[in-house]
Ligand binder design. Structure first.
Ligand code: TXA
Ligand code: MG
Length: 315
């Protein structure tokens, strides 16, 4: 944990949004609240700001960053082509927890794209985030504001604990209401593919488009979708139900481990909203092991399972 203090400003304070936008325009990094998780926001067109984002996160520079826009009308300026399916999803789902992967316009710098020719775009459904981006008046690159491989932050305090003074300013816009990252859909190829399950269930997108969206296999299409990710320091064990969780708990505690079953909720949106805070709480409480009950593999449950499986993967 960094020792240096971290500057947090309530997003409702007079001038807070302007201060954050100024910092980004000057090449600084801001902890930005969104409805999914907090982002580490910087000017997507500034090579120095983008380099700093990668450095602060300890993230390989080949893992591209999502470009956040203030509203859907900006997409035409930064994507090379906007196909019909992308236009429908942007119209129906933005602002919201959906990221669209499209061919990037030629004038988009390659550094936030990790050298690729496609760019991931999202319009966050958080008034504070959109006000800041609108004031910056250019795309804002914002990966989740955690160090590489760790649990994403859902509060301003999480950002401070993780990044300390490596971030210039954290705007406190309250806890992220959805609590899990955006769904990423790749529309740059011949078929539509989901690259990351997230807060917007793929079934809802398929219903909107009237066509199936393929599940991308392998990790090559979205670098950063590594087997081990979203991991707390304690060991994560997975269970298919409450009974199995209880039996794992007695097994590990019999061996002297400090452990507990992660609070989980039958309503997937509540499970998602509390998941990262609960994983972090296990570390704060000094646990050795946490046991997580997997939700059904459908809707939002898919995203929760994905994060839990990655948190439990060998490191
Ligand atoms: O909900 C979210 O999406 C949050 C908030 C802050 O907006 N952001 C977020 O960013 O989760 P990040 O960087 O932690 O995860 C974005 C994922 C990465 O795995 C990255 O590799 C992938 O999106 N990605 C971004 N741009 C891409 C591109 N051009 N091609 C392929 N994958 C891309
Ligand atoms: Mg992330």
């Amino acid at each position: 944990m960094p020792d240096a203090p971290c500057t947090v400003v309530a997003a409702t304070d007079a001038g807070a949004v302007d201060a954050a936008a100024d910092a980004i325009r000057r090449g600084g990094l801001v902890g930005l609240p969104t409805e999914t998780v907090y982002g580490l926001a910087g000017d997507a067109l500034s090579v120095r700001a983008v380099e700093r984002i990668f450095a602060v996160k300890n993230r390989p520079s080949t893992h591209p960053l999502i470009l956040h826009l203030a509203d859907a009308s900006w997409l035409a300026d930064w994507a090379d082509t906007v196909c019909e399916a992308a236009a429908v999803l942007a119209r129906e789902c933005w602002p919201g927890p959906l990221t669209l992967l499209l061919p990037a316009a030629a004038h988009v710098p390659r550094s936030p794209l990790g050298g690729r020719t496609t760019a991931a775009f999202r319009v966050p459904a958080h008034d504070v985030a959109r006000s800041v981006i609108r004031s910056v008046s250019r795309p804002v690159a914002a990966p989740s504001a955690n160090r590489f491989g760790r649990v994403s932050p859902t509060t301003a305090a999480h950002v401070c604990v993780d990044l300390g003074s490596d971030v210039d300013l954290v705007l406190d816009g309250g806890p992220s209401v959805l609590g899990i990252e955006s769904t990423i859909v790749d529309l740059s190829g011949r078929s539509l593919q989901v690259l990351r399950h997230g807060a917007l269930p793929v079934e809802d997108l398929e219903a909107l488009l009237g066509v199936p969206i393929e599940r991308a296999s392998g990790s090559s299409r979205a670098p950063g979708m590594l087997a081990s990710h979203y991991a707390p320091s304690c060991t994560v064990r997975l269970a298919d139900g409450a009974e199995e969780a209880a039996s794992i708990l007695s097994e590990v505690t019999a061996h002297g481990a400090r452990a507990r079953i992660l609070p989980h909720h039958r309503v997937a949106s509540v499970y998602a909203a509390t998941l990262y805070e609960e994983l972090r709480r296990c570390d704060r409480d000094g646990l050795d092991t946490v046991i997580a009950v997997l939700p059904p593999d459908q809707g939002l449950g898919r995203a929760i399972r994905d994060r839990l499986e990655k948190a439990a993967a060998p490191r």
